[in-house]
Design a protein around this ligand. Sequence first.
Ligand code: TYC
Length: 102
Amino acid sequence: APGNGQDTSLLAKPKPKTQRPPMYKVLLLNDDYTPMEFVVHILERFFGLTHAQSFDIMLTVHKKGLAVVGVFSFEVAETKVAQVMDFARRHQHPLQCTMEKE
Ligand code: TYC
């Protein structure tokens, strides 16, 4: 601005902002009925986690109420949620899995 002694026009260069797609957290929710081993199996089967990683996440959900299982693109997150919900429903467990924008 004129007169204010704060001209940055010689230093300010335009910053091209590269657009990155939003990422989505897949969350697993606790309940009182789904067997612990079933949850561990789901984490191994659909998220490619080791047995130890799966057991840790299952215990976190059991103790804290929920946990982030992983962060994925919208399409991948949607698929994981659908796979978990379908598998739980087919086995008649009330397990809930949801996604949330990061
Ligand atoms: N709370 C369940 C039980 O005591 C175990 C459990 C863990 C259920 C994680 C859901 O996402 C879950 N059998």
